[in-house]
Write a protein that binds this ligand. Sequence first.
Ligand code: KIV
Ligand code: ZN
Length: 514
Amino acid sequence: MSDKLIIFDTTLRDGEQSPGASMTKDEKVRIAKALEKLRVDIIEAGFPIASVGDFEAVQAVANTIKDSTICGLARALDKDIDRAAEALKKANSARIHTFLATSPLHMQMKLRMSPDEVLTQAVHAVKRARQYTDNVEFSPEDAGRSEIDFLCRVIEAVIDAGANTINIPDTVGYKLPERFGRLIATLRERIPNSDKAIFSVHCHNDLGLAVANSLAAVLNGARQVECTINGLGERAGNASLEEVVMAVRTRKDVFSCQMDIDTTQIVPCSRLVSGITGFPVQPNKAIVGANAFAHESGIHQDGVLKNRETYEIMKAEDVGWNENRMVLGKHSGRNAFKDRLQQLGIVLSSEEELNAAFSRFKELADKKHEIYDDDLQAIVTDTLAVEKEKVKLIALKVCSETGEKPYAQITLNLDGQEKSGHAEGSGPVDATFKAIESIVYSQSHLLVYSVNNVTNGTDSQGEVGVRLEREGRIVNGQGADTDIVVASAKAYLNAINKITNVMERKHPQAPSPV
Ligand code: KIV
Ligand code: ZN
């Protein structure tokens, strides 16, 4: 068995299925570049048949990334596989990942197919994918609740048909570590041609066991783990990449496999994903939470000062905690700005984008003396989002005074036309959102509103997250500014701009054929 543990990142696919986490093409490319820097082996870039936007995003990632293999998801349908192959055409190294459910519940209720029909379709799909690439992965969806004999039959048949990675998904996060580990061992023992494929796992976190289940599988011979940055993903999410990687690395005494991950890129990657998707990282989250390496108790602090290993099993700098450097200031020029963006793996696609980002930087540097990497990431996220938006903020005036009702007056650019509106509200943010709605009539509901500081100090940019819902579809919008009311307006508009695109997308695990 190989000693290499393949890290397959699905932040851009399963992560994006998290309600509200949809990303634009440019945002996906930016995250893909960060994942390449992190040296993940495989990037699952999306589900190309879902929409034109999804297709173009997978294509853009495939055309840009050179070092990681790019994977596209396809149901076991010819049209899905052909579309995935088309999107991946220019990739340096491409994989098609096709899947079909094998649990009795999914076959009967969702697919309305017999087990024999499922087996035939799975084999057909793998053969079709092999016409495009010799790198084909097959997933028996809901494997965690499938009958073992049938699972073995399907896997043996798809390996014969040419699948060289067999991914075992615990689609609903139902498994327990010991049993899931045993399932992997049993499949490898019982399937006669199991040595012709790499066994992979894809665990969901509904019982908070996604990482534990993935690690149990590795101990039983799985050599690929599918995971996401910050554990983003459908419902309670997927196994978190940073936790899987650091567990395997920290406990070399237990895991006999090696990975190619550059762990110092973990925290920058986590921040980027959180900034782009608007999903904050909880402070006590392992590895990437703000408190993951903070010691509050005097006894702990004393211990760590005498010998760090008394209370720490990993070094903060090994996962990239010191990366957020103060980099630029008021007098930094355009070249220094461009240089630092390049070092962060951000290449803007046109001079106009660079100019827009640089003028945002200058505006910020006038208000805030020290500009950190996190500020630059926020500036770029914000500038790129605004560039493509159909509804843009032109001006905002807010009056807020003790004893008076807060009032907001706003001017927007609506598809090229200037429109103004005003409203009162219970506070300045409420008034601002109402003023926006008086112009756009979005018919959406505000689910979440949050404000976080990008860096320390009261001169920090405020990063606002807004979650909106319309007809069951959810989007997250972000906006950053040193003025949090302006940041709030930007975040609200960002969400409004996203909601129309999201309404048009298909879901890979939707019950009926699309
Ligand atoms: O959770 C799941 O089963 C999936 C498959 C498409 C692999 O995401
Ligand atoms: Zn999944």
